[in-house]
Design a protein around this ligand. Sequence first.
Ligand code: NAD
Length: 423
Amino acid sequence: MATAAPESHLRENPFRLAQQQLYKVGETFGIDERLINVLRECKKAVEVSIPTSMEDGSVRAFTGYRVTHNIARGPSKGGIRYHPDVTADEVKALAMWMTWKCSLMGLPFGGAKGGVVCDPKAMTRSELERMTRRFTSEIINEIGPEKDIPAPDVGTDASTMAWIFDTYSMNKGHSVLGVVTGKPLTIGGSLGRVEATARGSLYCLQSVLERRGTSLQGLRIAVQGFGNVGSYFAKFAVEEGATVVAISDSGGGIHNGNGVDVAAAFAHKRGGGSLSELKGGDAITNEELVVVDCDVFAPCALEQVITEANADQVKAKLIVEGANGPVTPAADEILEGNGVLVLPDVLANAGGVVVSYFEWVQGLQEYFWKEDEVNARLNEIVTRAFDETWATYEDRKTSMRMAAYGVAVQRVAEATVTRGLYP
Ligand code: NAD
C-alpha cells in the first residue's frame, strides 16, 4: 500500500506572501509603483537536475534551485536549503527576504537563495557530498565571490559549505575563499559564525527589553526548532537568566514550566538524538508549542507556523523570528491587533548574514579577526539596524515588520534609481 506524502509546511505560496508584504511596504512608504513592479520579481532563477549515485547502486536525479532576487547594492548572498518541501517559489521568497535583510543591515549585498528537494536525514554523508558537488558544478556559472555567495540554511552546515568551496576551487584551479560563507574554521571560516544568527536574535530581544526597562532575567521563552538558530538562541537566553519552557525539533519536543534543561538537550542533539526522547518535561507537539503559555515565542524552524488559524491563540506578547517567514501576513494583522510585538526575520535573524559578510571580507583580505572583535562588530551592526527600525516604527506608528521592510526596501529602491535602468 502506498503511503501518503507528508504534508508540506507551506500552506500558502510563500512568494505571493513576500510580494504581498512588498506591496504593503510600497503603499505605507509611498514608493513609486514602477519600482515595486521591478522589486517584486527575481532577477534570475535557475533550476537544475542533480543526478547522484546512491549507496544501493541506483541513480537519483534531485531538483535544485538557485535564485538571485536583486543585486542593486552588491553581489547576491543567501543560504542553501536541503529539505523535502523545497519549491521554486519558496526559494524565490527566501531570496527576496535576503535582499531586504542585507539592505537593512547596511551590507553591500543583494539577496539570493538556493535549495535542493531532498531529505538529508535519509541520506548518507557520501550521498550528500556527491549531490552537493554535482549541484555546485551545475550552478558554477551562477556563483562566485563577486557574483553570488551561498551559505548554510536548513539541512546544510559547514561540511556542505566545505564541499561547495572545494568543488568551486578545483574547477577554478585555486582556492577561492570568498565563494561561500559558513565554512569550517580550518578552511577560512570566521570565528563566531556558527552562533551569529542566534546572537543577533538575542541582541534584538535585549534591545526591546531595554526600552521597556526590563531584562531577560526570569522571562519565559518557548523555542521552536533546535538546529543552528534555535539551539544557540535557547542556550544564550538561559545564560542571560531566562527560563526556556519549551523546545522542539521536527519530531516534537518537551515542555516544562519550570525550565527545560537546555544544556542536556544540546548534548542529546549533538549525540544524534531527537528532543521527543528527552526526559525532564512533558511531550509537546509543534502545534501546541506555538500557543504554549510563555512571554516570548521564538520560531526558529520553518515558514508559516503562525497563520490566521492559530494567531489568536498565541499567548506570547513578543515574537522573535529566528526563522524566515514564520508569520503569515494575515497572522501579522491578528497579532498586531492583540498587542503582540513581532521582531521580524529581516532584523531578528540577520546576525548570520552579518558574520557571513565578515567571513567574506576576511577571506578576501586573507586576514582573520579574533572572536570578540567579530561579536563586537556584529553587535554594532545589529543594534544600529534595530535602532533605525525602532525609530521608523515609532515615527510611522506601524508594525516592526513594516518599519524594517520600509527602511530596507527604500534603500534598495534608491540604489536602483541611482544606478538607472540598463540599457
Ligand atoms: P537547521 O537545519 O540547523 O535546524 C532546523 C531545526 O528545525 C531542526 O531542529 C529541525 O529538526 C527543526 N524542524 C524542521 N522541521 C520542523 C517542523 N516542521 N517543526 C518544528 N521544527 C522543525 O536550520 P537553521 O539553520 O537553524 O535554520 C532555521 C531557520 O532559521 C530557517 O528558517 C532559516 O532560514 C533561518 N535562518 C538561518 C540562518 C543560519 O545562519 N543558519 C540565518 C538566518 C535565518
